[in-house]
Design a protein around this ligand. Structure first.
Ligand SMILES: *Cc1c(COP(=O)(O)O)cnc(C)c1O
Length: 315
């Protein structure tokens, strides 16, 4: 089950490089078929579900896993069901899951509660659980590390990545290890949803970066091992810092990512790094138009005559 995921662009970031003094590159995971890196793992997880003759695929999601699972399930002819925290999911992601014909269940609870429930559901039925607790997801997502090494010709010195459920950082580390290399992994959590930094689960995680609004990461130990083994770090960025990086990427680098993705660049700008640095921009900006419109300047109304247009364009 493939939609030709992966092989995403790796582009230089001249402005962020100038600000940080590092050689900064952006891995544009929003260029995957459903607009996030989740597709790299979903192609493997749903293919495995088909080979195991599962009746349906299910996931808990802050949005992108739902969009990706729904797309691959549709392609496989499998029933897809996604459990999302009610009112907490970005508009684009919800539209995707619905358009792909998944049953979208809005849980009156958090992502962490949703994940605990789908784990139990998958134990009771012939349903494939396609969250990143599913090891096929990690196997697919590790390919990002292979690509970055191949695209640069050498491994980077540092990889900056946003951290939610911590499956992705686990996957990148596995990929680098299989390529016999060990860049420092710099993980960033939103200040209001930073269990790994605090060393304890967060009861009511809150951040504008909905994709990383997770209080009890499923891949907690794997992620901490990756940070330690790579001599990396996991730190927090505030929502204000995330939104500043989000705006800067759009306005100065020409790259529109979603807020969670901007956490990677916010962390780099805040804490710095040396050498060749790759920031993983995990999802496309169009996923979350509401945050963009809240943040952006307004459109200019204009009368249909040349003077007015001239004033509007050049003024
Ligand atoms: C899923 C996701 C993350 C977090 O990845 P984890 O594997 O949960 O740590 C970050 N950004 C975006 C856009 C995502 O969809």
């Amino acid at each position: 089950m493939t939609l030709d995921e992966g092989d995403t662009p790796l582009v230089q970031a001249p402005h962020v490089s100038e600000l940080t003094g590092a050689d900064v590159w952006l891995k544009l995971e929003g260029a995957n078929p459903t607009g996030s890196f989740k597709d790299r793992g979903m192609t493997v997880a749903v293919s495995a579900a088909v080979s195991e003759a599962a009746e349906a695929v299910v996931c808990a999601s802050t949005g992108n896993t739902a969009a990706s699972a729904a797309a691959y399930a549709a392609r496989a002819g499998l029933r897809g069901a996604v459990i999302v925290p009610e009112g907490k999911i970005a508009t684009g992601k919800l539209a995707q899951a619905l358009m792909h014909g998944a049953r979208v269940v809005a849980l009156r609870g958090s992502f962490d509660e949703a994940l605990a429930l789908v784990r139990e559901l998958a134990r009771r039925h012939r349903i494939a659980l396609v969250n990143s607790v599913n090891d096929f997801r990690i196997e697919g997502q590790k390919t990002g590390a292979f690509e970055v090494c191949d695209q640069l010709g050498d491994p980077p010195d540092v990889l900056c990545v946003p951290v939610g459920n911590a499956g992705n950082v686990t996957a990148w580390w596995r990929g680098f290890q299989e390529y016999d290399t060990a860049p420092r992994l710099h993980g960033y959590q939103a200040a209001g949803a930073a269990p790994l930094v605090r060393g304890a689960p967060v009861e009511a995680p809150e951040t504008v970066a909905s994709a990383i609004r997770i209080g009890n990461p499923a891949r907690w130990e794997d992620a901490m091992n990756a940070f330690t083994a790579s001599r990396g770090e996991v730190r927090t960025v505030s929502d204000a810092e995330i939104l500043d990086a989000y705006t800067l990427l759009g306005a100065r680098e020409g790259v529109f990512c979603e807020p969670a993705s901007a956490a990677a660049v916010a962390g780099l700008l805040k804490y710095g790094a040396e050498g060749r640095v790759v920031c993983v921009l995990t999802g496309h900006g169009l996923k979350d138009p509401q945050t963009a419109m809240n943040r952006a300047s307004s459109v200019l109304p204009c009368e249909p005559d040349l003077d007015s247009v001239e004033a509007a364009v050049l003024g």
